[in-house]
Design a protein around this ligand. Sequence first.
Ligand code: ATP
Ligand code: MG
Length: 447
Amino acid sequence: MIKRLIKRVFGKTVPVRVAGAAHVIPFELHKVSRDGISYGARRVTDGLQAAGFKAFVVGGAVRDLLLDRQPKDFDVATDATPEEVKRVFRRARIIGRRFRLVHVMFGEETVEVSTFRRAIDAEDAETDEHGRILRDNEFGDQEQDAARRDFTANGLFYDPATQEIFDYHHGYEDIRANTLRMIGDPEVRYREDPVRMLRAVRLSAKLGMKLDPATAAPISKMKELLSNVPEARLFDEMLKLLLSGQALPCIKKLRAMELHHGMLPMLDVILEQPMGEKFVMLALQNTDQRIAEEKPTSPAFLFAALLWHEVLAAWKARQDAGERPVGAMHAAMDEVLDRQRAQLAIPRRYDTVMKELWLLQPRFEQRGGQRPLRLLALPRFRAAYDFLLLRCQSGEVDAELGAWWEEFQHASDERRNEMLLPDSGGPKKRRRRNKKPAAAQAELPID
Ligand code: ATP
Ligand code: MG
């Protein structure tokens, strides 16, 4: 099989060495040069090999290099124990309790080094009642380390010294055929760790790889297993997905495979309302674009965007029931966050920024007196304004409002004075101006 592939590509046979259970793909074939490996990862593999250990660059980095993409980071796998690794390098520390890894530091770069480990058979392993493996911290050999990985494309070992790739599961051919395929029996592997279903969707969308049919097939019937995964782990996976640079295709694919229910519980509700869907899709597209342009993206902004239409709906319902706008907004925000938190652990550390973004939205409507200038001076103005633009683009608010703020923020003092609308605050507002400065919330439309 592999020989056929080689023939087709080069018109001649390049020998592929077989070492134990691995095919060893030479540089002439894969063309990934040692220069593509980060400085730190090269230092780590060189150092470990000089000390007599095996050491390879593994996982996503090898896959990305074969796909001509820039790896996010470089991980190393070795047969040295964490203590042995630590002894080889000056700046290294052992991290993790469940499975100990070593972080080796070179200036800005940190290389994560893991000792080969093996998957424990579901029968021997400690599992929950659905078969999810709770502990898998046994050392193993290189072949076992390949087998415990998720996809064949993620199971390759690259040796920077010889520039050879060790391939135990035909990952090289799969990458060449642009296919993401689970190592082993997909059903068994999803049962052991349901997050692999999300990884399948995320990686195939992010890398533009097709999911092997046998890898995709069990997902629809096994998706319920995601509800047993600890919230914090789901949240981490959701964040990776949203910040992958391909959030929009990832969410579309999750939805097509009906996996979005477990991920962000309200997402199904939001995506069913045409306005909500449009807004969420625009927010995701906007994030992807920012990542492509290497601009910073904030998870709080994204979560605020994903939940905005829920907040709007709750806010409106409360106002319709007679609550006053400011109080209703505060109650609506808490209501939405609590509901969301019950299922997906959006950490509380994002609450402040999310709430601030939401609370500032109504203030864009106020274009009289000194209020626009005060809004402009707030540290969070820029993010809140970006949020407003998404609302304009989605058709929720008039595009004229966004255009007004675009002009206002860049205008001269003179022009700003012309632009300010007559203060409609009435005598009540004028009286207040002589008192202490109003608090942020008091600037919401009061009546
Ligand atoms: P990314 O580009 O998003 O970082 P990645 O494949 O490098 O993708 P990581 O989460 O960094 O993803 O994981 C590194 C490697 O660890 C993977 O390539 C894979 O070999 C292995 N791995 C990660 N998660 C799992 C899992 N749930 N089950 C089995 N192997 C996994
Ligand atoms: Mg990675």
